[in-house]
Design a protein around this ligand. Structure first.
Ligand SMILES: [Fe+2]
Length: 379
């Protein structure tokens, strides 16, 4: 059945979100019901955003100068003016996350976007509900949106909408998954900061679901500013002197093993980052290691590095008192500052066979700034 004229956009989005792929259907079709209750197949509303895996090959990324949009907002007389029309602003937890109703991100001008970047830097995570116009604005808008915040990252292995390699997609349905998910673990929890192996990893990141399970598939976030603050000053002083290798090799090998579209479009890289980085705008220090991509601490013996990293990963794992959990309702857009937070998908909906389809807009930011002045990353 095609959408009736009286059906609201919200209802259509809810239906899209809940219209999950039947195991017997192709990727592009959804089960639906006509006026007589007969099952029919309907083109997936967001088929143009389904994952595509091209045979393109990309050269290595090159360094660039990042000018943080949040810094521009510091000079604004009211850096939170973009929230003036909000109908609801609720802090998800004291130190991480704000949920906003009544602000249409699609309408934010350049000033508003700068303010948004600053507020996300301060809160780590922001959740905006009722963003149908943003999501339906389409991939050309997503690019224009993201380029305001920095050079758009092109993922080396993930699926993207055809002709839009800058849009990173997550996708799972009854028949397939194109996510970086390790199956031989007792948990799907995998804390990470996105593509931290890059020399200039992402900063302000925008992510939204365009189809989602009826329940489950939430996303966990934790504050790496707060995890750091839990540690003793003496220990933090030691961590400030350290730097670690972050590697994209395992992620590339995952694709080379035949999973996730089985393509590696840019050769994997490894880069050295400080264990504690300083946010360029807020000046806050944040722990910057993650189990997914951090591999070893330079200058320490192997056992020392492994023990210290395991301690820090366990600390992040157990940071329930520092975490926020985003429950995805239709038309939600989430932004986080990838420099000062970590996150994990929750894959608890496999048995429902429902579709979960998300898109990420991922501007790169500065090379991580060591919290310790003078710490060289080049030796
Ligand atoms: Fe991620």
């Amino acid at each position: 059945m095609s959408t009736t004229a009286t059906e609201t956009q919200q209802q259509q989005h809810q239906k899209d979100a809940n219209a999950n792929a039947n195991p017997g259907l192709k990727l592009r079709a959804n089960a639906n019901v006509d006026e007589r209750g007969q099952a029919v197949q309907e083109e997936y509303r967001y088929a143009h955003l389904l994952p595509h895996f091209s045979e393109d090959r990309y050269p290595p990324l090159t360094p660039f100068e990042h000018n943080d949009p949040g810094a521009r907002a510091l000079n604004h007389p009211n850096p939170r003016a973009f929230l003036d029309n909000a109908t609801s602003i609720v802090e998800l937890t004291p130190n991480l996350g704000t949920e906003v109703h009544g602000v249409d991100l699609r309408t934010l001008d350049s000033d508003g976007r700068d303010q948004l970047a600053l507020e996300v830097a301060r809160r780590g995570l922001m959740v905006f509900r009722d963003q149908a116009d943003f999501i339906d604005a389409g991939p050309d808008f997503y690019l224009e949106w993201g380029r305001h915040f920095g050079r758009l990252h092109i993922h080396p292995t993930s699926g993207h909408p055809q002709n839009y390699p800058e849009i990173h997609l997550v996708y799972r349905d009854a028949n397939s998954t194109f996510n970086f998910e390790i199956d031989d673990s007792i948990t799907s929890t995998s804390w990470h900061s996105d593509v931290s192996y890059e020399r200039q990893p992402p900063g302000l990141t925008t992510f939204f679901l365009i189809a989602q399970p009826s329940t489950g598939g939430d996303t966990l976030f934790t504050s790496q500013v707060s995890t750091l603050k839990k540690l003793s000053p003496q220990f933090v002083a030691f961590l400030r002197t350290l730097k670690a290798v972050h590697s994209g090799v395992e992620q590339a090998n995952f694709s080379r093993s035949g999973k996730r579209g089985a393509t590696v479009r840019r050769e994997p890289v490894e880069h050295v980052h400080p264990l504690i980085r300083r946010h360029p705008v807020t000046g806050e220090e944040a722990l910057y290691v993650n189990r997914q991509f951090t591999r070893r601490i330079l200058g320490l013996k192997k056992e020392e590095s492994e023990t210290l990293l395991k301690f820090l990963y366990d600390h992040i794992d157990k940071s329930g008192d520092l975490q926020a959990r985003v429950h995805w309702t239709p038309n939600t857009v989430v932004l986080w500052d990838n420099r000062i937070t970590a996150h994990s998908a929750i894959v608890d909906y496999k048995d429902s066979k429902e579709r979960r389809h998300g898109a990420r807009i991922t501007p790169q930011a500065e090379r991580p700034i060591p919290a310790l002045d003078g710490l060289s990353l080049d030796d």
